[in-house]
Design a protein around this ligand. Sequence first.
Ligand code: F6P
Length: 322
Amino acid sequence: MKRIAVMTSGGDAPGMNAAIRAVVRTGLEHGLDVFGIRQAYTGLLNGDFEQLTSVEVSGILQRGGTILQTARNEEFKTEAGQMKGLRRLNEHKIDALIVIGGNGSLTGALELERKGIPVVGIPGSIDNDIDKTDMSIGVDSALNIILDGLDRLRDTATSHQRAFLVETMGRNCGYLALMGGILGGAEIVVTPERPATEEQIAKALEDAYVRGKSHAVAVIAEGAPTKVTKLMDYLSSHKSVGFEVRLTILGHIQRGGSPTAFDRLLATRMGVNAVKFLMEGKRGVMTAMQGRKIEAVPIEDAIREIRPISESYFEMQRFLSR
Ligand code: F6P
């Protein structure tokens, strides 16, 4: 193995740059040439490769986003697109590929592996929906932004005696909403795994009012079946909960900014280990944080299902919100 390539794919996540840096410098340490592929699978299909030296990855550890940029690509989902991607890798004499991204990106990586190119995946997604790893890169940073948002909203909510509906990211997975709700002291958390009706959400806010609280917060994951704008309409026109209600959608703010220490460390360890796994001849695996260790787990196992959230967290949220 002489030449490897690295790409970031899907939604960007704070810490991706730290992972790129670790891959490049670990590769150089082992005498490899390391190439960056710009804009994920789009760049792969367009042959957008650039050799990365130590200097190119200097000063990026603390930067949010990804210096390689990212994309979501439809063509690569097809057999023809994947064959074209393989051809581009061969044209650039790439011996192995490291893909940093979420479930969709890792699914694409596995297709390349099956077509003959050695691949190692690194889980990068703020959603924490990738299975077999305790955490993915970017989750901790996003969670800290959510908590900062919730703390700020509680200040203004208390001053006006209002209730806030707060929507977090999380297309298929309620991890961010649930952890945000537990650590930010929400009255109710609504997720794809644990939905709630408009009536149930209204009841939770109303209970807080009746108990004499000066504010109330409902955290709702974007992927939950109850949509916040519809809920807002319901609360404005059909049901009074005592409090005046306001809505805040945290949106893409959750994905930007400097990675936390936790994410920098996780990304660095995963980047170093991704190269190490390739050097050891491991193929089609993903770096996974399991307890204190970074293990190699089959990508196949990591993408089979959305990472489940432990039941105990839902239970904890329920009684701590009383
Ligand atoms: O997968 C990460 C994520 O931030 C999801 O939480 C969200 O649904 C999605 O990406 C948003 O994607 P886009 O940036 O393409 O709008």
